[in-house]
Write a protein of this length. Structure first.
Length: 475
């Protein structure tokens, strides 16, 4: 008979990625049936409750919770000791030449820049603290990439205005992807160098374009993420202007691609005026009503470069629909969720079809991004597959540096034997560390139909709906 142990450690902070790794280590310990080590944010408490753990009343977001389900009480002391070892290992200083053979990590942005003056600063701290670190980087004359989410928009505007005064670039907040001098930052696919420069107010949108270009044999020189809100009315494209200017000045860039979720109309018009002043041609991959999807936009890029458009591969064949009438789209990529909803059409939501972005700020407070920690999406996937109203499930799987090392290892078992068709878009390249072919093969073995083009995957999922549930965009 199993037993549970819930321990609250007040004020013991660790970041969500560290705690994800600790949780996974704990799950491999002898006598541990399930483990979750997390900060006690409301979302994490909800997850813990769903796992059957009871979190003591009064536990707050600044408290660390160690929750273990064990084969028996005799496994408790060894399991807690194992969690402590994993936490200590995660916090151990990096090897180096300092006292005792280690170099303590810098505790501030300013001290980090003392070691590497002029370096691009990557900020990945809880959103409320990101602005201070980013401003330190700008004051030191460095560009900054803000991976952190949940940064207030007024702080984003202040940072980008300060950057504009210094001719510096703020990538983010919530900037998931960038490629600089061949080095991927955040979630970045492995691509060959080439003639394309990308400005992206969209992380997974940028990755989809890079992956499709890679399949077509076209490389990317640079990808400058600017944050998903940069083309909003509130921010006004402040970082987009600087990114366009930089790529225009780079002789290695033959064509610039601007990728974004639907921009504010007045900001799009202003960016049009900026683009008209550039010497380098610009191709738009902007989602929105009446605009092409990202696959069509990539095909336009290939045509602009005089390159042939390849066949976008499809692997496996989805099983036929077996009851239900609803499409359930569950995504780790926010732009992919937006694109799926656009392809489905405005009437999709009214028909009850859903497109959920688990990377949205509401889902990531106190948790790692779902491309790192898929726990919440897997729970909703299980619910969708068990729901008799579900007719088709549409998923994305995003590969690249920074993402899960083997995402299919947990996704494939979750969809194996599903009674409904499962369609998956895989965003990745053959050189990505997870192994594109291996990920695809495992999904196909689990019964999924796999597409490289997310727009094509969405249309296929819509076409699988029963005739009485089919909506206009599926045709």
């Amino acid at each position: 008979m199993t037993t549970t142990h819930v321990e609250v450690r007040p004020g013991a902070y660790a970041d969500s990625v560290t705690l994800l790794r600790v949780s996974r280590t704990a799950q491999q310990l002898d006598g541990v049936v399930a483990a979750q080590v997390a900060m006690a944010t409301p979302l994490n408490i909800e997850v813990l409750t769903g796992m059957g753990f009871t979190v003591p009343a009064g536990t707050g977001a600044n408290d660390l919770v160690v929750a273990l389900r064990l084969t028996g009480d005799d496994a408790l002391s060894a399991a807690v000791a194992g969690v402590d070892r994993a936490l200590a290992e995660a916090n151990r200083p990096a090897p180096g030449g300092g006292e005792g053979g280690t170099v303590a990590p810098p505790r501030t942005t300013a001290t980090a820049l003392d070691r590497a003056p002029g370096a691009v600063v990557l900020v990945s701290v809880p959103g409320p603290h990101a602005t201070v670190e980013a401003m330190d980087a700008l004051d030191a004359g460095s560009d900054v990439m803000i991976f952190s989410d949940n940064v207030p928009v007024e702080q984003e505007v202040a940072l980008k205005r300060a950057a504009a005064e210094r001719s510096l670039l703020v990538m983010g907040p919530d900037c998931g992807t960038a490629v600089l001098d061949g080095l991927g930052l955040g979630f970045a696919n492995t691509v060959e160098p080439g003639p394309v420069g990308i400005v992206a107010a969209s992380g997974t949108g940028c990755q989809q374009v890079m992956a499709l270009l890679d399949h077509a044999g076209v490389g990317v020189h640079a990808a400058l993420g600017v944050g998903g809100r940069d083309l909003s009315a509130a921010v006004g494209g402040l970082a987009t202007r600087e990114a366009l200017r930089r790529l225009d000045a780079d002789p290695a860039v033959e064509l610039i691609v601007l990728v974004s979720k639907p921009p504010a109309a007045e900001v799009a018009e202003e960016i049009d005026r900026v683009v008209a002043t550039l010497a380098t041609p610009v191709e738009y991959a902007l989602l929105g009503p009446g605009r092409p999807d990202l696959t069509a936009a990539t095909e336009a890029v290939l045509a602009r470069l005089g390159r042939p458009v390849p066949d976008w591969p499809v692997h496996g064949t989805a099983r036929p629909a077996n009851g239900g009438h609803l499409l359930r789209g569950l995504f780790v990529g926010g732009t992919l969720a937006t694109e799926a909803a656009q392809v489905a059409g405005a009437e999709a939501a009214g028909a009850g079809h859903t497109f959920v972005d688990f990377g949205d700020d509401d889902w990531t407070r106190g948790r790692a991004h779902p491309m790192i920690d898929p726990t919440v999406r897997l729970e909703h996937l299980a619910a969708a597959l068990a729901d008799p109203g579900t007719a088709v499930v549409l998923l994305d799987l995003v590969l690249g540096h920074g993402a899960e090392p083997d995402p299919v290892s947990v996704l494939a078992p979750a969809i194996a034997g599903a009674r409904v068709p499962v369609v998956v878009s895989v965003v990745g390249t053959a050189a990505d560390p997870q192994g594109l072919s291996a990920q695809i093969d495992a999904l196909v073995d689990a019964g999924a139909e796999v597409h490289l083009s997310h727009a094509r995957a969405t249309r296929r999922a819509l076409a699988l709906l029963p005739a009485d549930a089919t909506i206009g965009a599926a045709r």
